[in-house]
Write a protein of this length. Structure first.
Length: 282
């Protein structure tokens, strides 16, 4: 019987991943290194040094992942790739939210197997609570200014966000994108009175995309390949880099599966996929 989820995802339910053919086809290229077709075993098809290759007894069971909201799209692809490497494993619908929100619920006892945070400070809270050990960095990200398509507020630079004529939304200070936004604004000497404070970066982007705000600070990966928002570089963002750690949780239902997924995210093909989606190196 599937274990209950500790956090409600803000996404619509997705169909079983192995039935989403276009995603599976994309991952066949991204996560197997364009392995040659034929009757070769999974071990023979895997990239050299890939720790996710099938080796010995195959894994079997379910995996519950909690991840920062900014990882939504790419973790769906990674989950599909992991299931492809381990057909006996089903990744349950992933729960996405602000890292701080997820960490609080984990500390309060909500069950999960793997946690991926958008910053090290939030992961450290989980480590200090004895829920996770030895987190590993797997990606990085930087902020940009998101504006609605057409840029109706004519935002040109981060200094413009201090204008009282603009409606600006930001992430809450407790979540990684909010903490990074505060640092970035302070570094530029910009004071902003936000129209609203959102609990995750997805909510900030949604308000900007809907035209409810003239601008917001989001991650560069959030605005890729979208036609309802535009990205404007934020001066100094290269000095405010968010690093993403991932860890298998101490009370994971199947520690072997949880550890295997962490290894998978750190593997060469998964790192290549993250890079192709705009994430920086760990």
């Amino acid at each position: 019987m599937p274990r209950p989820h500790g956090t409600m995802t803000h996404e619509h339910p997705r169909p079983r991943r192995h039935r989403v053919l276009f995603v599976a086809a994309s991952l066949a290229l991204a996560l197997t290194g364009c392995a040659a077709a034929g009757s070769a075993s999974p071990d023979e098809q895997a990239m050299p040094g890939d720790p996710t290759a099938t080796n010995g007894a195959e894994l079997s069971g379910e995996l519950t992942i909690w991840a920062a909201a900014s990882l939504g799209a790419v973790f769906e692809e990674l989950a599909t790739g992991f299931e492809g490497r381990h057909p006996g494993v089903e990744v349950l619908p992933i729960s996405y939210d602000g890292s701080s929100t997820l960490a609080t619920q984990l500390i309060e006892g909500a069950p999960a197997d793997v946690f991926a945070s958008a910053d090290e400070a939030t992961m450290q809270r989980v480590v200090d609570a004895g829920i996770a050990a030895s987190p590993r960095l797997f990606a990085s990200n930087t902020l940009v200014i998101a504006v609605p398509a057409g840029n109706p507020g004519t935002v040109q630079a981060i200094e413009d966000l201090g204008s009282p004529e603009l409606t600006v939304v930001l992430c809450a200070p407790a979540v990684p994108c909010g903490a990074a936004s505060i640092t970035l604004l302070a570094d530029n000497g910009v004071s902003v009175t936000p129209a609203s404070i959102e609990q995750n970066v997805t909510a900030v982007l949604a308000k900007v995309a809907a035209g409810e705000a003239d601008a917001g600070l989001v991650y560069v990966t959030d605005v890729r390949n979208r036609d309802d928002v535009e990205a404007i570089p934020a001066a100094g963002s290269e000095d405010v880099v968010g690093h993403y750690p991932i860890a298998a949780l101490e009370d994971a239902a199947d520690p072997e599966i949880a550890a295997a997924f962490v290894d998978f995210v750190l593997s060469e093909p998964a790192q290549a996929l993250l890079a192709s989606r705009g994430f920086g190196p760990p």
